[in-house]
Design a protein around this ligand. Structure first.
Ligand SMILES: Nc1ncnc2c1ncn2[C@@H]1O[C@H](COP(=O)(O)OP(=O)(O)O)[C@@H](O)[C@H]1O
Ligand SMILES: C[C@@](O)(CCOP(=O)(O)O)CC(=O)O
Ligand SMILES: [Mg+2]
Length: 402
């Protein structure tokens, strides 16, 4: 039985969400919260006996699904994968067949939002591995549907593990300081994973810009514009507090809402997107500036804070803020701290810039006040690794062997 695993990080968007879908620049960074997929391929002999299954165990919502390989072949006509070396889009016909397969499962009404992720899974699995029997287990540190790119981390880690199992992607070496067996992946392989993950993200987001899957695949901090990615070398750590308002929302609906507003007010919204582009360009130059003393660091942070405030105003113009987000903005402003929503908005997560000179005592007070509104705060490391794979018997689940 072959076993492998892959993990991919979530992200924060420092500037440019939504506008990036319309061609503006945006700046994003990987965070140290991961989604992990492990895969166990089952013997092909099961296939002949007719008992072979493709199984998906989703640890976070606590749901498991399985499809007989025979049924998948019947409905999707995928005897063999058509070749995993090039990413293909999911055609409308194929998506309709996948939807039919999902209708055969009882998904609890309260968890119906999972169907987009399930469709992305069935598309990626059958496109990359055909109808080979196997079991995929997924677990994540990321809150789902909160703006931290859980959909992209899901698609990147899923594509990573499937392509590794297909023998198309190979690990190139361990990560120093990490004894868990995670290995990095070469640039060409990462490009391929990113292209497949983008196809999955299209099923979940409708019209993604590609920034989330790119930063989840390649890690680090990036500027992204019209599919072009520039690596940013941030010379000082950027410290952000993340507040999850716990107000659920759906990226696909919010992205569609902004596009509708843009078609109703094309000139005004073109100006909004242009202003966001300038903000992202400025943010990307500022993060790369080397600041060597207290005055330079403070001036850099003040510029970043001002740009975040401006970006938040423009996100309000796009119609993606929310009363819970406004509560976070007002609360942090009492402590002279600037915040902006991150990701699609409409609830979800808010970023607060934490100046280097801010005392821990004040930070704890801010967190306590935010949490008194039933929000959840967490501090993250920004700009770390992207996709990592593990080609052995190790799994992400408490270090157990799968
Ligand atoms: N760990 C996971 N298990 C199952 N589905 C997931 C997982 N992570 C993400 N998804 C899918 O992604 C969707 C959330 O994506 P989205 O609305 O873009 O929010 P975000 O990417 O900000 O978390 C979920 O509704 C689900 O379909
Ligand atoms: C709103 C958007 O810019 C980011 C969405 O991020 P998330 O799914 O909310 O984590 C959409 C996109 O770029 O594809
Ligand atoms: Mg998403």
């Amino acid at each position: 039985m072959e076993v492998c695993a892959a993990r991919a990080p979530g992200k924060i968007i420092l500037a440019g969400e939504h506008a990036v879908v319309h061609g503006s620049a945006a700046v994003a960074a990987a965070i140290d919260l991961y989604t992990c997929c492990s895969l166990r391929l089952m013997p092909l002999a099961d296939n002949e006996a007719g008992a072979a299954m493709v199984e998906l165990d989703l640890k976070d919502p606590g749901l498991a699904f399985s499809w007989p390989c025979r049924r998948l072949r019947e409905v999707l006509l995928t005897e063999e994968a058509a070749g995993a070396r090039e990413a293909r889009p999911c055609s409308p016909d194929r998506l309709a067949s996948i939807t039919r397969l999902l209708e055969e499962h009882e998904i609890p009404e309260a968890k119906i939002w999972l169907s987009a992720g399930l469709s992305a899974f069935l598309f990626l699995y059958t496109s990359i591995l055909g109808c080979r029997p196997g079991k995929v287990t997924v677990s994540s540190d990321l809150p789902m549907g909160s703006g931290l790119g859980s959909s992209a981390a899901f698609c990147v880690s899923m594509s990573g593990v499937l392509l590794t199992a297909a023998g198309v992607v190979t690990a190139v070496g361990g990560i120093s300081g990490e004894g868990m067996g995670w290995e990095l992946v070469g640039k060409d392989d990462l490009e391929l994973v990113n292209r497949w993950a983008f196809q999955g993200e299209k099923i979940i987001h409708g019209k993604p810009s590609g920034i989330d899957n790119a930063v989840s695949t390649f890690g680090s901090m990036i500027k992204f514009k019209k599919g072009e990615l520039t690596n940013l070398k941030s010379s000082n750590p950027v410290k952000m507090l993340i507040t999850d308002t716990r107000v659920g929302r759906n990226t696909k609906a919010l992205v569609a809402g902004v596009s509708e507003r843009a078609s109703r007010h094309s000139d005004a919204m073109a100006s909004v997107f242009k202003a966001v582009n300038s903000i992202s360009e400025e943010v990307s130059s500022i993060v790369e500036l080397a600041a060597n003393d207290e005055i330079a660091i403070t001036s850099k942070e003040e510029k970043l804070a001002e740009l975040m405030e401006m970006n938040q105003g423009l996100l309000q113009c796009m119609g993606v803020s929310h009363s819970s987000i406004e509560t976070v903005l007002r609360t942090t402003l009492k402590f002279n701290l600037v915040s902006k929503l991150t990701g699609a908005g409409g609830g979800g997560c808010v970023l607060t810039l934490i100046p280097t000179m801010l005392s821990n005592l004040v930070l704890e007070k801010v967190i306590a006040e935010l949490e008194s509104h039933s929000f959840r705060c967490f501090k993250v490391e920004v700009g770390g690794q992207g996709l990592q794979v593990c080609q052995g018997g190790f799994s992400c689940f408490n270090g157990d062997v799968v």
